[in-house]
Ligand binder design. Sequence first.
Ligand code: SF4
Length: 352
Amino acid sequence: MNIQTKYSKITACLDMAGCPNRCKHCWLGHFPNGNLSEADLRFVAQQFRPFTSCLMVDDWYREPDFHDKYKERWELCGSLSDKPRTHFELLSVWRLVRDPEYVKWLSSLGLKSAQLTLFGGEKTTDHYTGRKNAYREILEAIDILIDNHISVRIQIFLNQENIDEMPFIDTLITKLQLEERCSEFDEKFSCFIHQGSCDGENEKLYHIRVTPEEVRKIPKQLAEYTLKHFHKENLIDVFGQTEQELYQTLISDNSTASYVTDEPVFYVDSRFNVYPNITCTYPFWRLGNLKTDGAEKVLENYAKSRSLAQSVRLNVPVCELVKAQGDPTSQKLFEKSDYINYLLNTYCRSKI
Ligand code: SF4
């Protein structure tokens, strides 16, 4: 093998069951849900095992614990991984309101805080989550979590369409007394508002992406929670620069970049296609297939930046990407790395 044969760590996340939601901001994109077996998870682990002394395995990269056998799968992932795992502060709202055992299980794993996502009121949250009753279930989930002494962190995605619903969320947080109720068991309520990256489904919302005008309208309490969460002084440091400003900077930036690291995280979809976890699992990020190519070939493609997206980022200077895909007049706000990924994805799409 000419490629790096051993990585310090490899994390393999298999999309075994998919997700009950179809969020309009989903950076991973929408794909049919899979129904993979424990044998499939073992296969993925076996594939990557020879190439690292620290393999970490997860049975999801969309909705955690969506499958009925979530406990068994957690145990199996643990037995296939080389280090102890802690549960992410992400969970399945869908399961939380349907399975009374779930919250007890989360508590038994030591989960102290969990993140839930709102977009506005009932109609808007259902619309953006892509599922009827999503809003009601999120409110129910908040009560279940707090009753079990798990604090709540509310994430809010902002765009030009839902800005007028921010006062509603602001009032809701006050009305539900989230700060007071979490402090009763010595945990902190938190909340933040942002625009998310511009890939996957969220790329389709580019036309309503947030601008400085919307940021100025964010209610005071939500702004304060957000600054505290991100440890920032100004909201503009959270939302980034306008595309116009980024364009002016990047148009003279000749840099290129490699996405190869010694501790890669790979997303394996339900058909065993492998992608690095940089952005959406677009075809031009695909590294190969574990069934037909095997992990050695996949890792070789990764190490040699052979996917179209990796190759473009390694060989095409940022100034060329922004010249080809950027809008020098746009007031839409981006964090710089998100903007470069957006440019890269649109550039790759224009080449296929
Ligand atoms: S953002 Fe998360 S919950 Fe929403 S559709 Fe994507 S994976 Fe599912």
